[in-house]
Design a protein around this ligand. Sequence first.
Ligand code: ATP
Length: 144
Amino acid sequence: ARRSDGGGIVVIGLGRFGCHLAASLTRMDHDVLAVDRNPDQAQRFSAQLDRVVQADSTEEGALRQLGITSFDRAVVAIGASVEASVLTVLALVELGVPQIWARATSQKHAKILSSVGAHHVIFPEAETGERVAHLIVSRLLDFI
Ligand code: ATP
């Protein structure tokens, strides 16, 4: 049985970032609903994630049908398509999801995400690059 405290987490977009995020949250015992528009992608992760559905997250009605309104948190992990990412955040705002996390691929993308109502904007590539830079430097210092 998954954790019931804090409600479930919706992860939208199972690309390289989204699939690791969804798998991590699942391993941490959270109730995860993963969504991807691409049926092959949804099928690919159906064995390792508890719930994976194929749907276009830019369609508010599709998200409503999936019962997204009962989730406390959603992460929009779509990166390449700014349009799909912004429209998905907008749909989640309109459905009243309390905590919306959205991935940005540029500062301009981030600005739009915040202005349509994303509560948290994340930059996975930039954040990982920065973290790895610190890691490499700290490891080098071990040998000096
Ligand atoms: P990554 O770097 O994480 O691999 P990416 O930027 O290369 O991501 P994207 O084009 O952002 O790839 O797509 C990530 C995932 O989001 C894909 O599996 C894609 O099918 C899914 N996706 C894109 N648009 C939608 C949408 N409207 N609804 C649901 N899923 C979507």
